[in-house]
Design a protein around this ligand. Structure first.
Ligand code: ADP
Length: 440
């Protein structure tokens, strides 16, 4: 997040906070106002009702006291009730008997009426009150709300801004620390003390990302270093051989021998470069499987045939149990490579007189291809590393045999790119079995 983005995010947070707070305040004010208005009006109605009751009782008493003089009784009641500011009217039918001084009636005046019955007469007592005082009180409240509103919004805005600034500060620290991380200090980790749970998750995820990057950087660095190291040997052999051959005139046989050595080393070199290229492509995810249908048993038989001469030269018995037709969908070229690599290793690491068995089996939805030999085997410590690039168990014997330690890494990659796996079971001195499991 750049500084501008951060600022606008903060502004947005503040605005949101402000909007939310204003809405809350407005809703609360509206609720309070309507409740107040309702309860004030209700109080006026209650007062009117009790006054009407009083006036009705009074009229009855006065009527008796005035010995049936209804006008006098009515006037007496009105003058008694006048103490209150409300207006009182006493009628009999449509005749007005007595009333307080009239003021213009408001449209929303509240009215309470009672009927008073005495022998021979029916009176109607009506008391009216204006809502003006209620309105005045409400106006006061409205003004208070209007004065408080901007003040409150100002406070809410400032509060929101402070809150947003505070919440975003650790993000700023994080960005600051992240900015300082480059390819050369990928082992640095972001540290935020007392981070909130959400931020702690972000920091952890980021640090995990750094770990993964660091690891792949390290792998890459090692790969480049190992590759350069491996390339150096054949190149120096070629140079040395050529230097020696050219240092003085030689016989044809000697030249031939030198060129044969050079050719051997060049072949080794090109195999190494091929392997490196393949692995690099695989790493970059650029290898697209050229999938097709073919018979896996035929492929195995074919691979066995192609290494038969080599096995025979080393006086090894190569047994191939490919079984019946086993149709498979996959990249034939890559799988051929896989099988050849395994057979090649078996031949290379089995002393003469030994046996090699390549077996293909299918069960359920998987195919199992195993290459077993009675060779030198692999120690437990080495067994867990043999699939790593450039790893060679028993450094000396392998180097002399010409392996680069890439064969099994390629086998593993090919098996995995077919959603399969490869495992190694071996005991030193007795032999090894490599088993590739592929889903059909
Ligand atoms: P290399 O080119 O050295 O053979 P690989 O990746 O094919 O590289 O094998 C890695 C190491 O595993 C070899 O150096 C060897 O020590 C060991 N290895 C592989 N296959 C066998 C086997 N069939 N028997 C004994 N050791 C083996």
């Amino acid at each position: 997040m750049n500084r501008l983005g951060m600022r606008s995010f903060r502004a947005r947070l503040t605005a949101l906070y402000l909007a939310f707070f204003s809405l809350l305040f407005l809703l609360f004010s509206a609720f309070l106002y309507s409740e107040l208005s309702r309860s004030l009006t209700a109080r006026v109605d209650e007062t009117l009702a009790s006054e009407a009751d009083t006036a009705a009782g009074l009229l009855q008493d006065e009527y008796q006291e005035m010995k049936g003089d209804r006008l006098l009784a009515a006037h007496e009641v009105v003058s008694d009730m006048k103490l209150h500011s409300d207006r009182v009217e006493i009628r009999e039918g449509s005749t007005l008997l007595a009333a307080t001084a009239r003021t213009a009636a408001g449209a929303d005046d509240r009215v309470a009426a009672r009927t008073v019955q005495v022998p021979g007469h029916t009176f109607r007592v009506e008391i009216r009150a204006s809502l003006e005082p209620v309105r005045a009180e409400l106006a006061l409240v409205r003004r208070a709300i209007l004065i408080a509103l901007p003040l409150l919004l100002l406070l809410a805005g400032a509060g929101g801004y402070l809150l947003a600034t505070r919440s975003l500060r650790p993000l700023g620290w994080m960005a600051e620390q992240a900015r300082r991380i480059t390819g050369s200090n990928l082992d640095t980790r972001i540290q935020i003390d007392h981070a909130a749970a959400e931020l702690a998750t972000l920091v952890t995820s980021f640090n995990e990302l750094l770990s993964r990057l660091d690891q792949s950087f390290e792998t890459m660095r090692r790969f480049v270093a190992d590759a350069s190291h491996e390339l150096r040997t054949p190149i120096s052999v070629i140079r040395g051989e050529a230097d020696v051959a050219l240092s003085q005139p030689r016989s044809e046989a000697e030249y031939k021998e030198s060129l044969t050595t050079i050719l051997d080393e060049a072949r080794r070199l090109s195999r190494l470069v091929d392997d490196l290229l393949n692995l690099a492509r695989a790493d970059a995810g650029h290898v697209r499987l050229q999938t097709q249908d073919f018979y896996l048993n035929e492929l195995l038989a074919e691979c066995c045939r192609s290494v038969q001469t080599l096995a025979a030269a080393r006086r090894l018995t190569l047994e191939c149990r490919a079984g019946g037709d086993l149709q498979f969908t996959g990249d034939e070229q890559l799988l051929r490579r896989l099988i050849i690599n395994l057979l090649d290793n078996a031949i290379r690491y089995t002393p003469s007189g030994g046996k090699i068995a390549a077996v293909l089996e299918s069960s359920g939805g998987t195919v199992q291809l195993s290459v077993a030999d009675t060779g030198v085997g692999i120690g437990a410590a080495d067994a867990q590393h043999v699939f790593e690039r450039f790893y060679r168990a028993g450094e000396a014997r392998s180097r002399q045999d010409g392996g680069f330690g890439l064969g099994l890494a390629i086998v593993k990659w090919i098996a995995e790119s077919h959603a399969g796996a490869v495992a190694c079971a071996s005991s030193p001195g007795q032999g090894s079995t490599f088993t590739v499991t592929l889903p059909r």
